[in-house]
Each structure stands twice: as structure tokens, then as C-alpha cells.
Ligand binder design. Structure first.
Ligand code: PMV
Length: 351
């Protein structure tokens, strides 16, 4: 498996500031989940998490400084962003400006290749691409670790999309000062040997989620009697998964991923009021995955803050797994993804 772990940054401008910069990043799927924050403002999670960056659905973001403008202008697929989505991007730009000592507004244009509403985490690729493009445009010379910390502030899972392949996000210390907590919470690549995974993605419902992951996490941490137990067992899951990756045991990786995800959903079901992302079709796919295993094909499910199911399997089995899953969701969309690359700068233009 090949993955790029460095974010390419070539800067030649005298002032160190580019008039514009364009970056690309891919979504990631967590195999050990991030669920629950210690600090909402800094986005410090309660547990470590581990993910696989995908090779499909890149997000491309261009940040162009606009010295004359009074406001930031943000579009997604050519349409101006409004409301909470717009607020999050502008808050992120404020963070970059504060660090760069700049007051200049920006024009931010993002193109998502995820089919609209496909239910794949576009905030991870979105904020990873924005972190790379905005930091270059504003002249911050950040290494991949610093970019991961920065991307985290936009969306926790974005910290992992800075890297290709498998990535581990260290939660950092809850008892530290704000500055120390920020420094300690970043992702890094997990080197693995000759492993050839695929994720078969079953989009069972492309509609917007009923409860945002932010709200669902908060409610789970505050009210679910199962949360602490999952957080404790997730530590063991992570250690076991690292060992399984080290010995290139994809079946063990899958087993651990499935139990970690089901445990996360159990914490939500026990929240008050309950958060339930499963749809009937979600269970149909989970049944089909169990059936595949009974028939001798290793396949393991994971689900995020939505009804869609991602099935981890060996690359050579991906076609068969996709066929089986397609049969379970005739109205859904089924896609096959492999390990994808790190976020990177495509180009920057001088002032
Ligand atoms: O980064 P957020 O705030 O979109 O949260 C992502 C949460 C999960 O997708 C459910 C789990 C994960 O680790 O990606």
C-alpha cells in the first residue's frame, strides 16, 4: 500500500504570502471511532481514533485573498454557503488569520466530488483541504502535524484526512492547559506492511442526518450511562487494532472495527433522548455482512453518524462483497474504495 505522508508545500513568494492556493484532500472512515469531546472549542476528543483515508471523492478547495473585500465569500460547488456551514468556514478562516497576523478577507471555493448528500463525511476532506489551502494562502508554513492540529479545529475527523492510508489521531491530555491540549491532539500516519484493504460503501439513505454528529456526541457524553464503558473499551480496541495492523491481520482489524462501531452506536441508543442513526436498510446490510462471513468471505461493517454502512474486506473480495451488499439495498448506491493519499497543495499563485 502506498500513501503520501507529507503535505507538499512549495513557497517562493518573497513575502511568504500567496495570493491564492488550491489544495485537495480525501475523506476518511474511522475504524476506531472518535465519539465525544473534552473541549468543544478546541475540539479535543475523549479518545484516540484510527482511520483509513479513501481514494474516492476528493474535495478541492481554492482560497484567494481579497484585500479589498469587507467579508469572506464562501461557495460550495458554485453555490454560496449560508447558515451554520458558512459560519464554520469563516470561524476557521479567523483562526488562520489570527495566526498569520492578517486582516485580509478571502474568497473560498470548494468543489466536492461526493454525489450530493451521499452521506460520506465531506467535513473531513473539506476542512483538511481548507487547512492546507488557507494556511498556504495566508503564508503560514506548517508541517503535516501542525496542519492536522489546524484541520482538527474545523472538524475533528479532518485531522486524520491530512494523512493518507491509516492514520491515528492522538486525543491529547484532558488535564493539560489549552495550549498543551492543542499541541497534544493531532493525527499521524500508521505505517503498515503489505495490507490490501477495500471499503465497500453502501449508501442506503442519502438524506441529511436527523441529528448532527456534534449534537449527538454532546448528548451521548452528557446522558448515556454506556458512554464511559465504551470509552474505556475503545482504548483496548485501539491497542489491539494497532497490533493487528502491525502483523497485517486484516480480519482482526475488521472484527475490532465492527465491535468498536457497534459499541459507539450502543452508547447513542442509551442517550436520553436516544440518538438512532440506523435505518431498516442498515440492518439488512448488517445481516448480509454476517451472511458473507458465514459463507467464508471475511467482511466487517462500520457505521458513522448516519444510516450508511461501510464494509471492510480484502481487496480481492471487494467485487463479491459489493454484489452481496447491492442485493441487500436495491434502491441504494454501492461503491468500492481503497486507501487514498494525503492532503496536498496543488498550486499557489504569488501576489
Ligand atoms: O468530525 P466530525 O465532527 O464530523 O465527527 C465524526 C464522527 C464519526 O464520523 C461518527 C466518527 C469518526 O471518527 O469519524
Amino acid at each position: 500500500m502506498r500513501s503520501e505522508h507529507r503535505v507538499t508545500s512549495v513557497r517562493s513568494q518573497e513575502r511568504g504570502t500567496a495570493a491564492s492556493a488550491t489544495a485537495v484532500a480525501h475523506p476518511n472512515i474511522a475504524l476506531i471511532k472518535y465519539w465525544g469531546k473534552h473541549d468543544e472549542r478546541l475540539v479535543i476528543p475523549r479518545t484516540d481514533s484510527l482511520s483509513l483515508t479513501l481514494d474516492i471523492f476528493p474535495t478541492t478547495t481554492r482560497v484567494q485573498l481579497a484585500p479589498e473585500a469587507q467579508h469572506d465569500a464562501v461557495t460550495l460547488d458554485g453555490v454560496p454557503l449560508r447558515g451554520e456551514a458558512q459560519r464554520r468556514v469563516i470561524a476557521f478562516l479567523e483562526l488562520v488569520r489570527e495566526r498569520a497576523g492578517s486582516l485580509q478577507r478571502a474568497v473560498v471555493d470548494t468543489e466536492n466530488t461526493v454525489p450530493t448528500g451521499a452521506g460520506l463525511a465531506s467535513s473531513a476532506s473539506g476542512f483538511a483541504a481548507l487547512a492546507v489551502a488557507a494556511s498556504a494562502a495566508y503564508g503560514l508554513d506548517l508541517d503535516a502535524t501542525a496542519l492536522s492540529r489546524l484541520a482538527r479545529r474545523g472538524s475533528g475527523s479532518a485531522s486524520r484526512s491530512v494523512f493518507g492510508g491509516f492514520a491515528l489521531w492522538h486525543a491529547g491530555s484532558a488535564t493539560a492547559t489549552a495550549a498543551e491540549a492543542d499541541l497534544g491532539s493531532y493525527a499521524e500516519p500508521v505505517p503498515v506492511g503489505d495490507i490490501d484493504p477495500a471499503l465497500v460503501i453502501a449508501v442506503v439513505n442519502a438524506g441529511p442526518k436527523s441529528v448532527s454528529s456534534r449534537e449527538a456526541m454532546r448528548r451521548t457524553v452528557d446522558t448515556s450511562p454506556l458512554y464511559e464503558a465504551w470509552a474505556v473499551s475503545s482504548k483496548d480496541d485501539l491497542n489491539e487494532m494497532r497490533a493487528a495492523l502491525h502483523r497485517v491481520d486484516l480480519d482482526a482489524v475488521g472484527e475490532i472495527a465492527e465491535r468498536n462501531a457497534l459499541g459507539m452506536h450502543a452508547t447513542m441508543l442509551a442517550a436520553r433522548p436516544a440518538v438512532r442513526y440506523f435505518a431498516p436498510a442498515t440492518l439488512t446490510v448488517l445481516d448480509r455482512v454476517q451472511q458473507l462471513r458465514r459463507e467464508g468471505t471475511p467482511a466487517y461493517a462500520t457505521m458513522d453518524a448516519g444510516p450508511n454502512v461501510k464494509v471492510l474486506c480484502h481487496r480481492q473480495d471487494a467485487g463479491r462483497v459489493a454484489e452481496a451488499v447491492r442485493g441487500a439495498v436495491p434502491d441504494g448506491t454501492v461503491l468500492i474504495a481503497g486507501p487514498g493519499p494525503a492532503a496536498r497543495l496543488l498550486h499557489e499563485d504569488g501576489p
